[in-house]
Design a binder for this molecule. Sequence first.
Ligand code: PMP
Length: 424
Amino acid sequence: QGANSRDRQLRERAEAVIPGGMYGHQAVGLLPDDYPQFFEKGEGAYIWDVDGRRYLDFMCAYGPNLFGYANPQIDAAYVRQLGLGDTLTGPTALMVELAEAMVGMVSHASWAMFCKNGTDATSMALTVARAHTRRKSVIRAKGAYHGAAAWCTPRPAGVIESDRAHQLFCDYNDVASLEAAAAQAGDDLACIFAAPFKHDAFIDQAEPDLAYARKAREICDRTGALLIVDDVRAGLRLARDCSWSKIGVQPDLSTWGKCIANGHPISALMGSEVARKAAASIYVTGSFWYQAAPMAAALETLRLVRETDYLERITALGQRLRDGLAERAQAAGLAMRQTGPVTMRLFLFDDDPDLRKGFCFASALLERGVYTHPWHNMFLCAAMAEADIDLALDSAEAAFGVLSRGAASLAPVEKLAFLSAGAR
Ligand code: PMP
C-alpha cells in the first residue's frame, strides 16, 4: 500500500470521521500493514480493493459469502422483492415461508424467529433460556465468541460488572471443567452455550469432543437448563442442519446468521418445542427485522443448500487445499498446523508466538492475490473451483519460499506482542 494509494487516503479521511478510523472485526489494525482496509466490489470468490487489486478471498466476508459474492440467483430474488417492498408496516408471507424452510432443515427445531445480526440471535437465546427456566446463570467456554453485546463482547471497555453477572466459564472440550461450572451454578443454571467447534481467534481450532457435547446435553436434561449451539459462524458449512447434528447431540436452541442469506442482513434463533412458550413471551424486535428482501434472499440461499452439492464441493475443495498446503509446507521445511474443519480452517506456524511467520506468509500470499488470515479461521465458498484452489497452492508454494528464506530475520510483530506476553 503506497502512501498515495486510495486505501491510505481513505484511512486518513476515516481517522477524522470514524472513531479509531475503523472498528470491529473488519478493522485491519491487527493484520499485516499491507492488508487493505477498503474494498470496491466482490464477485464469486473474488474481492477487489479500492486500488483495483483482485484477491481470491478466503475470508468470505468472515462467513456470509457461501454461494459467491453477487450470486445471480440469490441477488435476483433480493432485487425482485426490493421492487415489491422491503421494510413495510408488517412482514410479508416470506417470513412464514422462511420459518417453514428453516424448520424443515434444522432437525432439532420446530420454530424460528428472525433478527439481523448474530449477536441479536445469541442475546435472544440467552433471554429465552432465562425466561424459560426463570434462572440466571449461563455457562460458556472461555475465549468463545458469541457476539458484541455487553454480556459477551471480548473487550472490557464500557462494560460493567453487572453486564457480566451470572456467567460461569469452562474450557471447551473439558468435561471436568463443564461439570465444575454446572456444580457452581447449582439450581440456578439457565443455559449452556456451545460453539459447534472450537473456533477461537489466535489459537488452534478443535473439533467438538463427543463426551463434552454429551455432557452438556446431560447437564441440561438433568437440570432443565437449555442447551444452545451457536451456529452463527459455522452454520451450513459443516451440515445442512445444526452443526452438532453430525455428532448426534441436539440442542434446545440454535443461533444462525452470517451466510443464511448469502450476505443479506438476516439472522435467526431456532428452537425446539420445549422453548416455544418462553420464546413467545419475550419482547424482542427491531425496525429492520421483518425486511422482506433478505428473507427472499434467504429462501433462495436455502434452496441452493437443499438442491446443490455445495457442501460436498466445498468439503472436497477444503481437503484439496489442506493436503496441498501440508505437502508444500513440508517440502519447504516449515511446520504449519492446519486446524478446524476443512471448510473453515486456521493456519498457524510452530514456534511463532507473535505470529511473525504467519504475518510473513499471509503478506506473501496477499501480494500474489490471495487473501488469507493469519489468526482467524478462514471460510470456503461454493463459488470456488479446483482451479482457484490450485492457484492458491501455487501462491502458497512461493509464499513458503519467501518465509523459509526470511524466517531467521523476521522482525517482531509489535502489535501482537500481547500474544507472547502470555495472553494465550
Ligand atoms: N457467534 C459467533 C460464533 C460468531 O462467529 C459471531 C460473529 N463473528 C457472532 C456470534 C456474532 O454475530 P454478528 O457479528 O453478526 O453479531
